[in-house]
Design a protein around this ligand. Structure first.
Ligand code: MSP
Length: 636
């Protein structure tokens, strides 16, 4: 919780209007919405921007294919994105379209400023051009002398274009990225960019001749050219605030945080900082980069034809279940495999079972045993004076940990923490057994019962607050059932604020179970033991791995899902060790993994490697190191 209000400016990428919204776009937007809601809950001053990227080759081409004008295509698909966000309950503050006058004005002003300052020059550029794609291909991208997309021969084109002197900012950029370790996060993307910056940076071609492309913003100093789409698109983050000098810009820009996926790290981590520097605008605060949702091992996108309709899933399972699943399933920064089975498992286990049942149980107990009102607790009934355990420390820990996780964009960890609290409250009901206390005739029964029921009501009230950013509809129902009116505030998430006498209603079926769909479980096979030549053994790539996260696999007694670091990369593994290790015991441990195993699907999760462990007579031990070695070290 924060004492002072902070300011937050959060952006999503602006999406291309040649595509319709799919799960990939929905994920980024839901994530940003969750962060914006969380910051608002904390009382911060939040501005949340999303929008559409409407210029350039791709859009002109898609419009031509559809037999409509680029503007018509942009209008239609921009509206489709807006409508999708409305249906998904996204509460953005502003929606920018790059065809709006407020955007083109700022783009042209910045271009003019850079031109006047000598940051842009006219140069000659020669390259292999694909007319199908309307873009140049580099030598590296060309496959057998042909366009990798169209498999058609490329044409060598030499033309004059305007260039932005990006190369002169290389040293400054390296220094900036090195000085601010969390500028680009998670660290793997920062390392990727620092690696890229070891090679000399080229100047950036920022124009296209109008003779080839008219669908763009004309250069203010030469109207026979339009701006290159990235130069146009990135400026949306600034133009939407009115540009330098505008009150909204001055208020929010110093707190800018971008959210993107790893596909567009380079423009955001290289072009954009150099553009800002040249234009005399401060750098953003953080670039938050997430991984891809994959389906059948490939990135979900329109072009690979494996589009997952986010809205169809939302209609089928409900908005909250969809939000919860994507936020809980993906470790920020890493890829995650999408599967409907995994979504259903999470829905049944975490939402229907853990949370839904708790709410139903607790409200039913309060209505039946407490006459529908929050009773007055008796401090003497509570531990250490009495026998009723206190949930307060569990809750307080959760609030602190959620804040820490959210500060790092670790949505998955924030939810795992809240669910630990849900687990603690469920165990509290099991151990205190209020229905038995109610039956007792002993004289101290009433204060104990009141204390237990108060704690349950208070736990639900607090859940109704902290769950708001993640599952807003369910959180609102929980608050309503406890007569909590008015907007939720994190400042009220303080144990003991619930007023005795508050009316409580039963709330059942918060998350109805979805009938079981049997998940596919890959059969675990073990090789027979036989002598092997050393060459065969060396085919097995054994590595030191550090466990970063560990969590139970829903509906499985044996499996734990682990994220491990192999130094240069992170992996998700599924290990059959849940009966022997608590997740918390593994986090931070260095273990040994087989790093080159073929991926296997276990309970809908793709496992990329195997943790080495030995077992005998029901005992199991995971291999660890008796001296420290860095993650990724090869074991021979
Ligand atoms: N128009 C540019 C962005 C300009 S920002 C100044 C663009 N648009 S896009 O429509 O292709 O959107 C890319 C973004 O969509 C990704 O960075 C990510 O936020 C989201 N995703 C699209 N597919 C995705 C996945 N399969 N997985 C995760 N996110 C994905 O690039």
């Amino acid at each position: 919780m924060t004492d002072r209000a902070r300011t937050f400016y959060l952006t999503t990428p602006i999406y291309y209007v040649n595509d319709r919204p799919h799960l990939g776009h929905a994920y980024t937007t839901i994530l940003a919405d969750t962060m914006a809601r969380y910051r608002r809950l904390a009382g911060d001053d939040v501005w949340f921007l999303t929008g559409t990227d409407e210029h350039g080759d791709k859009i002109a081409q898609a419009a031509a294919n559809a037999g409509i004008t680029p503007q018509q295509l942009a209008d239609r698909n921009s509206a489709a994105f807006r409508d999708a966000w409305r249906q998904l309950g996204i509460e953005y503050s502003d929606y920018i379209r790059t065809t709006e006058a407020r955007h083109t004005t700022v783009v042209q002003a910045i271009l003019q400023k850079l031109w006047d300052a000598g940051e842009i020059y006219l140069g000659k550029y020669g390259g292999h051009y694909c007319f199908g794609c309307e873009r140049f291909y580099t030598e590296k991208e060309i496959v057998d002398g042909k366009c990798p997309d169209h498999q058609t021969p490329l044409t060598w084109i030499e033309e004059e274009n305007y260039f932005f002197k990006m190369s002169k900012y290389q040293a400054w950029l390296i220094e900036t990225v090195e000085r601010q370790p969390d500028l680009i996060r998670p660290e793997r993307y920062r390392n990727e960019i620092l690696g890229f910056l070891r090679e000399p940076l080229q100047d950036l071609s920022i124009s296209r001749p109008k003779s080839r492309l008219t669908w763009g913003i004309p250069l203010p100093f030469d109207d026979t050219y339009v701006t290159y789409v990235w130069f146009d698109a990135l400026i949306n983050y600034v133009s939407a605030l009115g540009g330098p000098g505008a009150p909204r810009f001055e208020r929010y820009w110093p707190h800018a945080q971008h959210v993107i996926a790893k596909d567009i790290v380079k423009p955001h981590a290289i072009y954009w900082p150099c553009m800002l520097k040249a234009a005399g605008i401060d750098l953003y605060r953080h670039l938050n980069v997430h991984g891809y949702w994959t389906l059948g091992g490939r990135k979900i996108s329109k072009s690979v034809g494996n589009l997952v309709e986010a809205l169809a899933l939302k209609d089928k399972y409900g908005n909250d279940a969809f939000r919860y699943f994507v936020l809980r399933e993906m470790v920020f920064g890493l890829d995650a495999a999408f599967s409907e089975d995994a979504l259903v498992s999470r829905l049944n286990a975490d939402l229907a079972n853990d949370l839904g049942n708790l709410v139903a149980r607790a409200t039913t107990l309060i209505v039946n045993l407490g006459e529908g009102k929050v009773p007055t607790p008796d401090p003497r009934a509570e531990y250490p004076f009495g026998t009723v355990p206190s949930l307060r420390p569990d809750f307080e820990r959760a609030v602190v940990e959620v804040e820490g996780a959210m500060a790092e964009f670790a949505f998955q960890r924030a939810l795992a923490t809240i669910w630990e609290f849900v687990g603690a409250v469920n165990r509290f009901v099991d151990t205190t057994q209020p229905w038995l206390i109610a039956k007792q005739i002993e004289p101290d029964g009433r204060p104990r019962l009141s204390t237990v029921l108060y704690a349950l009501a208070e736990a639900l009230r607090l859940l109704g607050i902290v769950l708001e950013p993640f599952v807003p509809e369910a959180a609102a129902k929980i608050r309503a059932t406890l007569s909590q009116t008015g907007p939720p505030r994190l400042a009220d998430a303080v144990w003991g604020r619930l007023t005795p006498g508050t009316a409580v209603a039963k709330l059942t079926g918060l998350f109805p179970r979805v009938e079981d769909r049997t998940p596919r479980v890959a059969a675990a096979t073990r090789a027979a033991v036989a002598r092997v030549p050393i060459d065969d053994f060396s085919k097995v790539d054994l590595r030191v791995a550090e466990v970063l996260t560990a969590e139970p696999v829903p509906k499985s007694k044996k499996l734990l899902k682990l994220t491990v670091s192999l130094g240069s990369e992170q992996r998700t593994l599924v290990a059959g060790i849940a009966e022997h290790y608590a997740p918390a015991d593994l986090v931070g441990k260095k273990v040994v993994v087989v790093a080159n195993l073929e991926p296997a699907q276990l309970m809908g999760i793709e496992s990329n490697g195997m943790v080495l462990a030995g077992s005998t007579e029901g005992k199991l031990a995971v291999l660890t190191l008796d001296r420290d070695l860095p993650p990724g070290t090869k074991i021979t």
